[in-house]
Design a binder for this molecule. Sequence first.
Ligand code: ZN
Length: 479
Amino acid sequence: MAKEKKLVEAITSMEEDFARWYTDVCIKADLIGYTSVKGCMAIKPAGYALWENIQAELDRRFKETGVQNVYMPMFIPESLLQKEKDHVEGFAPEVAWVTHGGLDELQERMCVRPTSETLFCDFYAKDIQSHRDLPRLYNQWCSVVRWEKTTRPFLRSREFLWQEGHTAHATEEEAEERTIQMLNVYASFLEDVLAIPVIKGRKTDKEKFAGAASTYTVEALMHDGKALQSGTSHNFGDGFAKAFGVQYTDKNNQLQYVHQTSWGMTTRVIGALIMVHGDNSGLVLPPRIAPTQAMVIPIRQSAEGVMDKAVEVKAALEAAGIRTALDDSDKSPGWKFSEQEMRGIPVRVELGPKDVAAGQAVLVRRDTREKQIVPIENLAAVTAELLETIQKDLFEKALAHREAHTYDAVTYEEFSEIADTKPGFIRAMWCGEEACENKIKDDLSVTSRCIPGEQVHLADTCICCGKPAKKMVYWGKAY
Ligand SMILES: [Zn+2]
């Protein structure tokens, strides 16, 4: 028993130290490993399988809206990066530079892409000539590099995986429509697949992407009450087009600038998955994203008929479309249970000699640990239904947690009291001035998360300065 307890004891409880709990889960659930490369992580099979499922789901959703995949170079010459002033200022502090090719110093240094707006613009300037070339709806799956000072698995690493969509349109309206469309793709992916409820809204000018006319975001609340920006969609207007000369001839043979968007989601969402659903036994994965949905664990597997039945059960579950694995290792059942729980596999099927004799199996939910005895002939159907229930329950639980940790403030005293003592989102009115955002950030380490599309009128005046309020804003401490 001592050995069996070790796996769970190996992780710090989230109440004791949430940050350590998070890192422990990343390691013990076998998602990542460390390498000699500072600030970067090795993504192990269990972590990469999650990313592959995220990719597959998102990619399908992108393509349904007409998006095509492409690939751009990973290097950006300095002169190209310099072309859009706000953009270069935003990214300069964290880019990595290539100064040599082999033994020779480069005439012009190149950065490793921190994001690829400049490359797409450079490409579009050559690739787009006529209104017939529009819209261009391109996306690339790649890694980018941002030289972060402090790093954490999935949440902040110097190299990370993501997708970046870059589109070019004939009109402002089309670009805005695409920006919102992709925001909605992210929101429905997060809610329907990852079971993470999100707040959709616009970033304030202070928080928007470097060079964007407007940035939209989906914000999620983690278990510790901190916010995580989980996907962003930017409307660039024609700012980049003017800086890079991306023009087309319209139907009247007049030269026009294109209107552009970009949108991205990264391996950060794996961090969100961990921090929204995980518990003190490890990861809890929503069935729709789980690489393995059911783990069959034989008990006293050397007993007659147990392994044969376990193999049969696995095949039956797979035939019903359930991603199933069988743990036939020589570890003890208790150890196998802990491992399945640590890895967040949504259900396990326990099968011992008595079960085999009775023609039944024990089905155990990962999220609630609820057990039920199921006749083997019904097992596939019951498991499939249970996976749907777990998916729905995880979303409801996360939503209830967010609602219980969302507070309204009307006075600055209330606001600072909540910021100091109650982790979560704070909803409060804002005048639209950056000075108030700065003061709130300096005083309370709280940032504006977004101006939600669904506005609620809480008061007439700004929470900070008392001037007339323009918008209700979600505020919070963020990752
Ligand atoms: Zn104000």
